[in-house]
Design a protein around this ligand. Structure first.
Ligand SMILES: [Zn+2]
Ligand SMILES: [Zn+2]
Ligand SMILES: [Zn+2]
Length: 153
């Protein structure tokens, strides 16, 4: 079984346990995200489904499917880029806190990480002192991955 197939299998199992249903369409959209190490927009996913499965999924449905997958904790939305990534922990049993994301400005690769909660409270405090309230604890950080860093040097 390919790695993607294994992850999709887990995702299906996860939905079954929660009493929700992983339909074929939902699976296709999720497979697009699992297959990509970059974040994808809804429109990129529409193209992916057209190319891979010859299926035309209207934008409305894609957004609904993405909302479902997000609700199930299988995908995360990057708010700044307005794009989506598959959760890196679909195959783990443990639950994770608020995910943080490293985004490479060179190749657009995205990595999901978990940071120390104390750091987030620290940030929150600093924001409050500056007269701002953090509306999301999900950080999306502008980075360069090692490969892009290496090719830049
Ligand atoms: Zn995750
Ligand atoms: Zn994990
Ligand atoms: Zn990179």
């Amino acid at each position: 079984m390919s790695q993607t197939a294994g992850i999709l299998e887990q995702a299906e199992q996860h939905c079954r346990e929660r009493g929700s249903r992983m339909t074929e369409k939902r699976k296709r959209v999720l497979s697009g995200l699992v297959d990509s190490d970059k974040a994808l927009s809804a429109y990129e996913l529409i193209d992916y489904c057209k190319e891979q499965f010859g299926e035309n999924i209207p934008a409305m449905s894609i957004y609904r499917i993405l909302a479902f997958l997000e609700e199930e904790g299988l995908v995360h939305k990057l708010n700044l880029a307005n794009k989506y990534v598959a959760c890196a922990h679909i195959c783990c049993d443990h639950s994770h806190g608020v995910p943080q994301f490293l985004i490479c400005g060179g190749c657009s690769k995205v990595k999901e990480i978990t940071v120390n909660p104390a750091m987030i409270s620290e940030l929150k405090k600093s924001a409050e002192q500056a007269g701002f309230t953090m509306m999301s604890q999900q950080l999306e950080m502008d980075c360069l991955c090692d490969e892009c860093m290496g090719s830049a040097a």
